[in-house]
Design a protein around this ligand. Structure first.
Ligand code: KPL
Length: 318
């Protein structure tokens, strides 16, 4: 039987996964804004050229959800899950794809007192890069790696081999992690060292490496992250953290980060789940996170812009 997957949050990453996975299983999008079919034109590398038309249903439909990927922004995840919670059953599997941390804890808390406390909850972390220059068009801007892992005991027992296999079949390099929290904390450190710089300097990922703001603060930021990761139980030295930030910025050089895309669209960013989460965690544990705090404040005070010109002269937004 063809596996059935619902995707809630058809932004750039959700749309990228939907388009490629639809060649291997049945995909339905869940959207508050569209019903009927949604057309996605995927571009990027030659193997990415794809035009698909995917069914789209509203959250309040009654159809039970077998496997649900939530690819909304971290700020919207809890509300998104609440909007479809009546469709979850004891055999549902839910996969959280959010950047940063924070929403994962909110969802775990919410489920405890929900009508389905025992659904299998997983997290996924991806470094695939995707941009959505216009509605309906998605550019696969950088190949990455996707990790899946259990967030609760039910998920640990059920496993996530079949979703991981589907992602690999669809061309996304994917693996299962026995400790997805370790991956989420490491990815958080990467996002702390890339996303706010792209937003403040309004440049693509690769261009942050020449920006004075990055060059002046990356060592201190990496030291702050080293202390935080140690307290979280996932120790890593600052040189390794900095090297990984530089390597991901280089590998996704052409990508417009998710945070800069939010700013181009005049949407709120995930800064509070990224550097803001680190600053809050540090304050709770009596640690210094001055640079994370400053970057958070600078991103929060950026004017939302509906039309900006990037460093290559391309116009975004509207
Ligand atoms: O996760 C990302 C994002 O844009 O949020 C990176 C890895 C920085 C790729 O753009």
């Amino acid at each position: 039987m063809t596996p059935s997957i619902h995707i809630l949050g058809a932004g750039s990453i959700g749309g990228l996964f939907a388009a490629r996975l639809s060649q291997h299983c049945s995909i339905t999008l869940i959207s508050r804004h569209s019903t009927g079919n949604l057309n996605i034109r995927l571009t990027g590398n030659p193997e990415d050229q794809l035009v698909v038309s995917l069914p789209c249903e509203p959250p309040d439909s009654q159809q039970p959800l077998e496997r649900l990927l939530i690819t909304t922004k971290s700020n919207d995840t809890l509300t998104a899950l609440q909007s479809i919670s009546h469709r979850l059953t004891t055999s549902s599997q839910v996969y959280l794809f959010q950047n940063g941390l924070g929403s994962h804890f909110d969802i775990l808390d919410y489920l405890k007192s929900s009508r389905v406390p025992n659904i299998a909850l997983y997290a996924a972390s991806t470094t695939e890069g995707a941009n959505r220059p216009t509605n309906g068009e998605i550019i696969h801007a950088g190949r990455g790696q996707t990790w899946f892992g259990a967030l609760n005991a039910i998920a640990k027992n059920s496993g996530c081999g079949s979703i991981c296999d589907l992602f690999n079949q669809a061309g996304f390099r994917s693996n299962i992690s026995e400790d997805i929290w370790a991956i989420l904390w490491k990815k958080l450190a990467i996002n702390c060292g890339i996303n706010p710089y792209t937003a403040i300097c309004q440049c693509r990922n690769g261009d942050i490496l020449q920006q004075p703001l990055f060059l002046d603060t990356i060592d201190e930021l990496s030291r702050e992250l080293e202390l935080i990761l140690q307290v979280a139980g996932y120790p890593e030295d600052h040189e390794t953290i900095k090297a990984r930030i530089i390597s991901v910025a280089t590998a996704t050089a052409a990508n417009v980060s998710s945070m800069l895309q939010d700013i181009y669209r005049g949407k709120s960013t995930e800064i509070l789940a990224i550097n803001g989460f680190v600053a809050k965690f540090a304050a709770e544990h009596g640690l210094n996170a001055k640079i994370n705090e400053q970057l958070t404040q600078r991103v929060l005070s950026l004017p939302a812009s509906s039309k900006l010109i990037d460093s290559s002269g391309n116009t975004h937004g509207e």
